[in-house]
Design a protein around this ligand. Structure first.
Ligand SMILES: [Zn+2]
Length: 337
């Protein structure tokens, strides 16, 4: 890739819409927090932990992901984790980020819901103040747990409703179809929360359709398997349903073998509102710019695609119209449009 394109990818303003904050925990911070909190890890060193990141599928990743999250106990821990991510996002010229968090991973361990949300939220406020980087929170339900447990988590979230903009659905996709959560998503919609769901990553295109029809989501997280279903692909393009695609995650979890095998170009050619995101950057080998750089190095993508992907990221985000116009104007100025 030429230096000009690489600079454009690094420096263009962008939004990140699919990033699990617990997935930004770097091994060094996991060890530092473990020491601070007196938590023992089954890995002897940072290097040993990093070596365990050779995942073969989504489940083998999730096992380590939950082990890593076990070091988070205090509000300051959640703040420090979030702040570390926001610093990296700022360095990658992310102007706006929508952060997923998994409260059930923590409340299950006895951590108070408020400890989680207050720590993360306080870091987002500081990023806004320091850099003008806007960040908002999307609470995810773990789909391997029951809908009843999701309802209980929603109850815990209600006192913090003003700190949460939306609801997502993550964790093990296969065997946990969207319809399992239809009632709790309907309740969240009544509460005026934005709705998104992971679908069509490891799961079949049918999960994308049921996420749209039965959960009424506004965006699909991943969704790369939509291309197996022509009618669904047309619908996603026609209705401009954004896909939050995470290329390095897809490769690390073997959805595609290598960067050159990724279907990013076909998704764009199908007229889909594709965005580029880092998913769980500490585990998958890179933050958002690294995702852009590796895709553009491996695939026939150029400056116009870069513009389109960045534009999509702002158009697909849950920001108010004046903020969106401000970011889009900055993007157009950057590209000289
Ligand atoms: Zn994800």
């Amino acid at each position: 890739m030429d230096a000009e394109l690489s600079n454009i990818l690094r420096q263009m303003p962008k939004a990140e819409l699919h990033m699990h904050i617990e997935g930004s925990l770097e091994p060094e911070l996991i060890f530092a927090l473990a020491e601070r909190n007196g938590v023992s890890l089954k890995y002897a060193s940072v290097d040993e932990l990093r070596r365990a990141y050779a995942f073969k599928d989504l489940q083998s990743f999730l096992d380590i992901y939950y082990a890593g999250a076990s070091v988070l106990l205090t509000e300051q821990d959640f703040y420090d984790m979030t702040w570390a991510y926001l610093q990296r996002a700022h360095a990658d010229n992310v102007r706006h980020s929508e952060l997923f968090f998994d409260p059930q991973t923590h409340t299950e361990r006895g951590v108070d819901f408020g400890t989680v949300v207050n720590g993360i939220y306080r870091a987002t406020q500081d990023a806004q103040e320091k850099w003008g980087l806007s960040a908002s929170l999307i609470m995810c339900f773990l789909r391997h747990l029951s809908e009843e447990e999701a309802f209980a988590t929603l109850e815990l979230a209600l006192p913090y409703r003003d700190k949460i903009i939306g609801i997502g659905l993550d964790s093990s996709e296969l065997g946990h179809p969207p319809e399992k959560f239809a009632r709790v998503f309907a309740r969240c919609k009544d509460l005026g929360l934005h709705l998104v769901a992971h679908a069509g990553e490891e799961g079949p295109p049918e999960y994308i359709r049921t996420a749209l029809d039965l959960l009424q989501v506004e965006r699909i997280d991943h969704g790369v398997r939509c291309l197996e279903d022509a009618e669904l692909t047309q619908r996603l393009a026609r209705d401009r349903i954004p896909l939050t695609v995470c290329p390095l995650s897809n490769i690390k979890l073997r959805v595609f073998d290598q960067a050159k095998d990724h279907n990013m170009v076909q998704l764009l050619d199908a007229g889909l509102v594709v965005t580029v995101n880092s998913d769980d950057p500490a585990y998958f080998g890179g933050y958002v710019n690294e995702n852009f750089l590796q895709m553009f190095a491996a695939l026939p993508l150029g400056k116009d695609h870069a513009y389109r992907l960045a534009r999509n990221s702002f158009e697909a985000s849950f920001i108010d119209q004046p903020t969106r116009q401000k970011y889009l104007a900055e993007l157009d100025a950057f590209f000289g449009r």
